[in-house]
Design a protein around this ligand. Sequence first.
Ligand code: ASP
Length: 308
Amino acid sequence: MTARLRHLTTLEHMPRITIVHLIKRAIAIRDACAHGTRKLNTLAGRTVLNLFFEPSTRTRTSFELAAYRLGADVVNFDTRWSSTAKGEVLHDTLHTLEAMHLDAIVVRHKNTGIADELTRHAMSAVAIINAGDGHHAHPTQGLLDALTIYQYRPDFENLTVTICGDICHSRVARSDVHALTALGTKQIRLCGPATLLPEAFDYPSCQIMEDFDQAIEGADVTILLRLQKERMTASDVPDKASYFHRYGLNQKRLARAAKGCLVMHPGPLNREIEIASNVADGVQSHILEQVANGVFMRMAVLDELLTR
Ligand code: ASP
């Protein structure tokens, strides 16, 4: 039995046993849904609210589907028309929503630390789930990426994983590294142009590299990341063509990786910038599987937080 999760705001310090438990729970849910039925009713009568202050396609839709498929009621709060636009501070919005008896709030926001702040201000038993806070964390993406890798290569202690792109602005990179480190991954390489790499002390379990041809050599998994222009100043945005030339994953580069290297990307993709179309759509790509796994992992997380 793992310790009970009350909220999910980060994977930092999450023990291996909890990550493996969630992976196995997601696989059990996937198997239970494999024969036509997509609906389990473990959360009937519970209410989940999506509170997204930043754009989202995959994360928001998959949280919504996950909650529906567990039988919960879902409210998608349209933050464009919320009272935050009238000057209401976020914890007053939280208390207002809590007064309506919610079981979980899934929050995405451009500010680092927002989800943790909500856990400190919450006055009810509501579970707070971080769906991405600035460049800080995206824990369910880290978990679904771990699940996607686990399905093919559960032997993390033998794996070399290369994450390439805009590492310093990426909450996905951070959460992936926390999950991969907890799972005992042999080697994690972070690669990108010097201006987009983090400080090495922030990532003590990783090798930081600037040359993608070297970083992908022998890799068992490669995860590409988008340039997060919305978190950069205009002068930091690299030229697209030269970026693709040095850091884009094309067939030739992929051939340097280990045979059968899994190609992953959290989306949204920018084709011919961080990944060539024929790789994104090629046989080694697991990108759409990540999307499918996102629903199962978010079902596992909601189930874990709301039923135990
Ligand atoms: N969808 C991911 C995120 O929200 C990755 C990205 O936007 O590039 O962080």
